[in-house]
Design a protein around this ligand. Structure first.
Ligand code: PSU
Ligand code: MN
Length: 307
């Protein structure tokens, strides 16, 4: 795809991002739904700035991805990040909403799926976030499965996160990822992490302890033209886990609250995340912040190997 820095065009990258891509210096993509719908203000803004600082201090170019006034943007200014963190009426865009947002001239936070897709237009190799969407707990009734899984199967990146959000059916999510042939790697642990918790009962399909092994597998897959991003799960640090709370119980009561409030579809994830923050007196927000920073640190070292 042609990249233009012309406002008439639908995809615009910042000069820093273009520079990094042209010169093949390390760069990491970041999603913006976590800013617009994943965390409250001002923690969302503080988080976004901190993530950028972590990358910049490691010599890595940050590339927040969003849609602003109908233009797909790769690499945002601080003012744009601030706008997304406070503005009302910002859409949540998965891959299927990209064209709609462009057509309507709207601004949108891009979810994992839309971020992967836009990053792939630019041939960006690595993306870091907190948690991915997946199979919802009431799947048999609602058939709610995040398009993040579809997009992971259709792309060829390295995606670093701390697992599927605890609000999901984690075993079913990893079953679907296996069906979609998405390779799952757990960094430094034998168990699949549970987002707010370091471990679940599910055994990791592959444990790797070194960044260069992840990059080597990425290169082999590339050589073979294999479809599917490598999903790297980076378990939350022990001291940041939500151990004082019964996460499962909180999720179940949040789901009940969502059903009573008539929440479904796209609004489900933001509603439940918000409810968990309230019930845990902000502890879940702190955990979320710590794990996402840690994921960005890991992605920075992978990006340095990739460059
Ligand atoms: N995990 C978080 N916070 C978030 C999300 C995930 O801790 O805000 C967002 C991501 O952008 C993810 C999206 O792609 O939720 C999934 O939404 P859905 O379940 O509607 O597909
Ligand atoms: Mn959904």
């Amino acid at each position: 795809m042609n990249i233009h820095s012309n406002s008439e065009k639908i995809l615009v990258a910042s000069t820093d991002v273009l520079h990094a891509l042209e010169n093949k210096t390390p760069l990491v993509a970041l999603e913006s739904t976590v800013i617009t719908h994943g965390m409250p203000f001002p923690q969302n803004l503080e988080m976004a700035v901190e993530l950028e600082e972590i990358l910049i201090n490691s010599g890595v170019t940050p590339a927040f991805i969003a849609i602003i006034d109908g233009v797909m943007r790769v690499g945002l200014s601080r003012d744009e990040i601030r706008m997304l963190s406070t503005a009302a009426g910002v859409m949540k865009a998965g891959t299927r909403e990209i064209a709609t947002a462009i057509h309507l001239g709207r601004s949108a936070g891009t979810t994992v799926s839309a971020t992967i897709r836009i990053a792939s237009f630019m041939e960006i190799k690595i993306f870091a976030t907190g948690g991915i969407g997946g199979v919802h707990r009431d799947y048999l009734q609602s058939m709610d499965v995040s398009s993040d899984l579809t997009e992971l199967a259709n792309s060829k990146m390295i995606v670093v996160c701390s697992g599927a959000k605890s609000i999901l059916d984690i075993p079913k999510t990893f079953e679907v990822l296996e069906s979609l042939s998405v390779p799952v790697v757990v960094f430094g642990s034998d168990q699949i992490p549970g987002f707010y918790l370091r471990e679940t009962q599910i055994k990791s399909p592959l444990r790797l302890d070194n960044v260069d092994d992840i990059v080597r597998i990425y290169q082999i897959r590339k050589q073979l033209w294999l479809n599917g991003s490598i999903l790297v799960l980076n378990p939350i640090n022990k001291e940041c886990e939500l151990h004082d709370f019964d996460v499962d119980e909180i999720v179940e009561s949040s789901l009940d609250a969502a059903f009573s409030a008539g929440i479904y579809g796209q609004d489900m994830t933001p509603f439940i995340l918000d409810n968990i923050v309230k019930v845990t007196n902000g502890e879940s927000l702190r955990a979320n912040l710590e794990l996402i920073k840690n994921n960005v640190r890991l992605s920075a070292s992978i990006a340095q190997y990739l460059a």
